[in-house]
Design a protein around this ligand. Structure first.
Ligand code: GDP
Length: 430
């Protein structure tokens, strides 16, 4: 059986924690899209980790961790990450890398930097990990699949052919030094030696695993609103963040995905530019940012302060719908315990009309939040394990949001640790 853990919003919903928790009951955990541009923060017995490339299941001895074909693979970053967790005492994980995954090339990262410089103030707020140039090349069919590193003849020819084009842009658009063919080839040889032991035919491995009744977890990065098709284009990422894409980015049949756990955070945060209707500012935002997550809402990759906002029912209902949600995991609820009252965005006012349907980006820019204020619970809820023991106002907050979004909240996370989870029977669960 395949299960997916994905985000409903702008990312940073706490997918890493939920994946780490669900990995206990899984055999295989696989990343199916994105690259080292976003990170998951995981807290467990070994310490606190910010993972960028490895799936969140690497801390268990019984799991196989996989980098699927849909990922943008930064080889030195992957190796660094493996070394860094082993250094902290985590047993060396079993890792497989798809022979079809494509490689983030050194020039992809340069192109991100050069393009941001060129755009100046009009930049998209890229993390400069080379992700957009990488996916552009993948679909322009000039990307490098990992298996090509092992065919010297092909590699030489292709490096020559691709650099012919890249160097024109580097020299004449960006006015930077051209890339040397020999040097690039040498780097790719190093990449080949670093990755060789992990490369395998992943989809065939997964096919066999499914036939043996194994449980596979697909771990998404970012969330629905960053999807290039269904998100807030163009302020999106370059690969699909939807559970459906898990079938493609891992190489499994779509009908095998039986459970889709969509992670929603109890308030909103976003990184980068783009419309963010329920955004808050000033002291109100600073306080939530400081108290948020586990040690504040700052980017796991960049350290940038995240933009903060109240829970957005319109965006989350849409986010859950596009994921095909079977279960909502409602996270970081413990953080809201300091508030007397908690505003929730229940509608968007666009040109004088109120809607609960998430609009296209051109209309989204004009949307103003319609807020409803719920009473707070003013207590610490960490440590509680039974739903009935949560304060009444806290349960009301959860149930109100569940009704607004229309998808069953079956898990409530009230702390960063694996054990900080409350399972709940939902009236919406079929
Ligand atoms: P991801 O990219 O979706 O995995 O999200 P991040 O890891 O960037 O952000 C989630 C942050 O919240 C991390 O620092 C987690 O340790 C923390 N976290 C996850 N669940 C909870 C929770 O229920 N309560 C608290 N206080 N922190 C949580």
């Amino acid at each position: 059986m395949v299960k997916a853990v994905v985000g409903a919003n702008w990312g940073d919903e706490g997918k890493g924690k939920i994946t780490d928790m669900m990995a206990e009951q899984a055999d295989i955990i696989i990343r199916f899209q994105g690259g080292a541009n976003a990170g998951h923060t995981i807290v467990n017995g070994y310490g606190k980790f910010a993972l960028h490339t490895l799936p969140s299941g690497v801390f268990y001895g019984h799991t196989t961790s996989i980098i699927g074909n849909g990922v943008a693979l930064n080889i030195p970053k992957l190796i660094e990450e493996i070394d860094s967790i082993v250094e902290k005492g985590v047993p060396k994980p079993k890792i497989l890398v798809s022979d079809r995954v494509q490689i983030v090339m050194p020039y992809h990262i340069l192109f991100d930097q050069y393009e941001e410089e060129r755009l100046g103030g009009k930049a998209f707020g890229s993390t400069k990990s080379g992700i957009a140039p990488f996916y552009s090349d993948k679909y322009a069919k000039i990307g490098f699949q990992v298996n090509e590193l092992f065919d010297e003849e092909l590699l030489k020819d292709k490096v020559h052919r691709v650099l012919e084009v890249k160097n024109v842009i580097i020299e004449h658009l960006y006015h930077k030094p051209a890339i040397d063919e020999g040097e690039l080839l040498e780097t790719l040889h190093q990449y080949r030696d670093m990755i060789a032991e992990y490369v395998t035919d992943v989809s065939s491995f997964l096919d066999k695993a499914l036939k043996e009744g194994k449980t596979i977890l697909l771990e998404g990065q970012l969330g629905t609103l960053k999807d290039p098709d269904h998100g807030i284009y163009p302020m999106v990422t370059s690969s699909s963040t939807l559970a459906a894409y898990g079938a493609i980015g891992a190489g499994v049949p779509p009908y095998e995905i039986k459970q889709i756990v969509t992670v929603c955070k109890a308030y909103s945060s976003a990184v980068g530019a783009g419309a963010f209707v329920s955004e808050i500012f000033g002291d109100e935002a600073d306080e939530l940012r400081r108290r948020g997550g586990d040690g504040g809402e700052y980017g796991a990759t960049t350290g940038r302060p995240r933009r903060m906002g109240w829970f957005d029912c319109v965006a989350s209902k849409y986010g859950c719908r596009l994921q095909g949600t079977t279960d909502v995991a409602f996270t970081v609820l413990d953080v809201l315990g300091y508030l007397d009252e908690i505003p929730v965005c229940v509608g968007y006012e666009i040109d004088g009309e109120v809607t609960t349907d998430f609009p296209v980006t051109t209309k989204l820019e004009k949307a103003k939040p319609v807020l409803k204020t719920l009473p707070g619970w003013k207590t610490e809820i960490r440590g509680i394990r039974n739903y009935d023991e949560l304060p009444e106002n806290c349960r009301k907050y959860i149930e109100f949001i569940e009704e607004q979004i229309g998808y069953p909240i079956t898990m409530v996370s009230n702390g960063p640790g694996r054990e900080d989870i409350i399972y709940r029977e939902s009236p919406l669960k079929k």
